[in-house]
Design a protein around this ligand. Structure first.
Ligand code: NAD
Length: 461
């Protein structure tokens, strides 16, 4: 790792190079960690009213610049403008919600049987590394950073090299809002920089959002110095449509959720499971819905589907599409197109059926606009099929019988299960993954606790 190593983000629609950024070198990492450690001795961890005010002011500054941040997001991720606006709105909401929580006392005190007293104190865990992916870079950073700041940690942010500029912009607004420079630092770089930060003996915790492989590597690194991990990783989210459900509404939601961020989203809908008697009808509805979703210039306010992030993603997704042509049936989509002559890697959304549950198409995180349509015979089979991947991030079940849907929801192995809905996330409600989708929970009160140490102070009276 040298100071001359350059990170080169590229606009995924135009393939134009964005300004290059120097990766942090060993000296830069050391200095950043030392500053984050020193910040934990300053007033930031102790002054919760100040933190509440700063988080609120930060939200206001982001709101005032929301158009510029959304334009950055479109340029760096290729996501459609409407989705970028949603990401900014969710980021503001995360800050405002956690601004209130900063004033919530988290401790507990009690008397014990021997006449002594116990104080349970929640202290900020210490300097924390935040490693973010490129796909929802602002929301996913603030989803974790806002609760961490509510409880008073200092932060070392290691963004994806592709989204370093939008991250810098949002962090600068944080500084303008009053977050001290040493409390919030960006440490640019690739996996090696992230790894060095996690392995550093003076970092106390890491929150990574990324692929399962990256999460596993971070967990191994974290073991060296007992760095506390929060792992928000990949998914293979499914929608189980019970025979009595509103099929049209369910499939419309699935079609939208399959193409969000061009399918490059951890909670994107990747599998739809319908009763075998409804398979033909479902295929027709989904084929038509996906055929209507044409890739477009993501800067167009009406665009619903932008490009893949880059050539490696295209190669990966087209590899799965070749497999679908061989081992399953590609019903529609999967063609490379160039809306408005844009050179980026745009794919028409694909629908695949007649696929075995053991196929890599069902078992692996394709991370592209590719939707599997599968069928089941009984509800028990449907549940089993839905649970038959190594992931457990999100799932959905649809039925007009809510009690039945809730009992099915309890059987689904996922950190979030939506009943008659999809992709509904709230700052108030914890989210996270089971199995290979991760460890720990973020958002809600649980999001605060993730970034605290619990200490028992015992008073002999
Ligand atoms: P990625 O795993 O390639 O990279 C994510 C981040 O981790 C980047 O900043 C990268 O530099 C860093 N990184 C990679 N290897 C590392 C290592 N060994 N040590 C330290 N840092 C390392 O993922 P990506 O392509 O940026 O994002 C897409 C992935 O993120 C998908 O798998 C997606 O499912 C997942 N994701 C999960 C959630 C969630 O909330 N669970 C949300 C969005 C994305």
């Amino acid at each position: 790792m040298t100071s001359t190593e350059l990170l080169q983000p590229v606009d995924p629609s135009t393939l134009a190079e964005l300004p290059a950024v120097a990766s942090a070198d060993a000296g830069g990492i050391e200095a950043a960690v030392a500053a984050a450690v020193a910040a934990m001795s300053g007033s930031w961890p102790r002054d919760h009213r100040r933190r509440a005010a700063v988080l609120y002011a930060w939200a206001d500054l982001i709101a005032a610049e929301s158009d510029v941040i959304a334009a950055d997001l479109v340029r760096e991720t290729g996501k459609p403008a409407a989705e970028a606006a949603l990401e900014v709105a969710g980021s503001i909401d995360a800050l405002r919600y956690n601004s209130g929580l900063a004033r919530l006392p988290l401790g507990r005190a009690t008397s014990l049987h021997d006449g002594s007293e116990a104080h349970l104190v929640r202290e900020p865990v210490g300097p924390t590394v935040f490693i973010t992916p490129w796909n929802w870079p602002v929301l996913l950073l603030l989803r974790d950073l806002a609760p961490a700041f509510a409880v008073g940690v200092s932060a070392l942010v290691k963004p994806s090299p592709q989204t370093v500029h939008v991250t810098n912009r949002v962090v600068e607004l944080g500084h303008r809002a009053g977050v001290p420079l040493d409390v919030l630092q960006v440490v640019p770089g690739g996996a090696d920089v992230g790894s060095a930060l996690v392995r550093h003996p003076d970092t106390a915790a890491v929150a990574i959002t990324g692929s399962t492989a990256a999460g596993q590597a971070v967990l191994r690194d974290a073991a060296e110095t007992m760095t506390r991990p929060l792992l928000e990783l990949g998914g293979k989210a499914s929608m189980l449509v019970l025979p009595d459900a509103d099929l049209e509404a369910a499939l419309a939601a699935a079609g939208r959720a399959a193409v969000i961020t061009s399918g490059q989203m951890c909670m994107a809908c990747t599998r739809v499971l319908v009763h075998e008697d409804q398979l033909a009808q479902a295929e027709k509805i989904l084929r038509e819905a996906l055929a209507r979703t044409a890739p477009a210039d993501p800067r167009d306010p009406a665009a619903a589907l932008g490009p893949l992030i880059g050539p490696a993603a295209l190669e990966k997704v087209t590899g799965y599409l070749d497999l679908a042509r061989r081992d399953a049936r590609l019903v529609t989509g999967g063609e490379e197109v160039h809306p408005d002559g844009l050179p980026g890697h745009f794919l028409t959304p694909a629908l695949v059926t007649d696929v075995e549950v053991t196929s890599p198409l069902v078992q692996e995180d394709i991370f592209g606009p590719v939707l599997m349509l599968e069928s089941y015979a009984t509800t028990e089979d449907g549940v089993q099929l839905s649970n038959a991947t190594p992931f457990g991030l999100a799932a959905s079940v649809w039925s007009r019988d809510t009690a039945r849907a809730v009992s099915v929801a309890r059987e689904l192995k996922a950190g979030t299960v939506w009943v008659n809905g999809y992709n509904r996330s709230y700052a108030e409600m914890p989210s996270g993954g089971m199995r290979m989708s991760g460890l720990g929970r973020t958002r809600g009160l649980e999001g605060l606790e993730q970034f605290t140490e619990l200490k028992h102070i015992h008073l002999s009276l």
